[in-house]
Design a protein around this ligand. Structure first.
Ligand SMILES: [Zn+2]
Length: 138
């Protein structure tokens, strides 16, 4: 079994609160949200970072990010949305599988430091995932 937690999520070997999956890209709730509604978008295939991801996977992720952003906006109506992607530990990358963060923002509110808070309870994450999934096709 792979040790990569995101590969394990793709393989269904680890739980995640999914909001999108097209067989190439998956989007799910970050278990350590920097703000409520924080979603991660990942390619199925394992690439460590921007330096090894291929163009096909990059394009698929980018389109899924665009779609997920729309669903988040319809579901949560945040004041803004931060999209970020870290490469290497020095940049704040904590899982070595390419991923893009979508973080709903509230005017005047700073982000929590990612990964420093214990995972919020599963129930709020599941409810948030449900809200975003429900907004997908609107
Ligand atoms: Zn992986």
């Amino acid at each position: 079994m792979t040790e990569c937690i995101f590969c394990r999520i793709v393989a269904g070997q680890a739980p995640a609160h999914e909001v999108f999956d097209d067989g190439e890209v998956k989007a799910f709730m970050d278990a350590f949200p920097a703000a409520p509604g924080h979603v991660l978008v990942i390619p199925y295939r394992h690439f460590e970072n921007v330096f090894d991801i291929d163009a096909v996977a990059m394009a698929a992720v980018a389109d899924a990010v665009r779609k997920t952003a729309g669903a988040i906006r319809r579901a949560l109506a945040p004041d803004g949305l931060t999209i970020s992607q870290a490469n290497g530990a020095a940049a704040g990358q904590s899982v070595a599988h390419y991923h893009v963060h979508l973080i709903p923002r509230t005017q005047g509110r700073k982000l929590r430091s990612h990964g420093t808070e214990a995972a919020v309870q599963a129930a709020p994450l599941a409810a948030m995932a449900q809200r975003i999934r429900a907004a997908w096709s609107e």
